[in-house]
Design a protein around this ligand. Structure first.
Ligand SMILES: [Zn+2]
Length: 165
């Protein structure tokens, strides 16, 4: 007899699936509970293309884990960042340099964004703090404002080739 940790009922061992990774050698929940859980999962993801189901389930699980442990993860992350500042900076610099050399689109994007920020900073005389805090509009509004100046053939995929003033 084994206890099902889902429905908390003692059931015959054969009502459980073998699980070599668990301590007692069987899954923590009985087959009935397992099927129920699977059905719920299936219903939730039945719109998702078959090849994506495991990916989506994994993602959902990660999200749930993240939400439950947000603070802990955040603290660990901060601690790691503090202890490895130089390493991370070096890595980012290297990554950027390599990408600038190998990815022309990335280079254009960087240049365009630099140009935009420089002109915005000049206009609003911002130094050393987030430009957004000084701007009279939100990122969304800025995007819409720029879109208004687009010609018909322009879109956000080719905007990096444009020159902002
Ligand atoms: Zn059960």
């Amino acid at each position: 007899m084994l206890l099902c940790k889902m429905c908390l009922i003692l059931k015959e061992t054969e009502k459980f699936t073998v699980d070599k990774r668990s301590k007692r050698g069987y899954r923590y929940e009985c087959n009935l509970c397992r099927n129920k859980r699977r059905k719920i999962l299936y219903n939730e993801f039945k719109e998702t293309p078959r090849y994506n189901i495991h990916l989506e389930i994994g993602r959902a699980r990660n999200q749930i884990y993240y939400r439950k442990n947000k603070q802990k993860i955040g603290e660990e992350h901060k601690l790691y960042q503090n202890e490895n500042k130089d390493k991370i900076l070096l890595y980012l610099r290297k990554w950027r340099k390599e990408r600038l050399l190998t990815d022309p689109a990335f280079k254009m994007r960087c240049m365009a964004s630099q140009r935009v920020w420089r002109s915005l900073k000049k206009q609003f005389k911002v130094k050393g703090c987030s430009v957004w805090s000084k701007l009279p509009y939100t990122p969304q509004q800025l995007k819409e404002h720029l879109e208004k100046q687009f010609e018909e053939w322009m879109n956000w995929d080719n905007y990096r080739f444009l020159h902002f003033v």
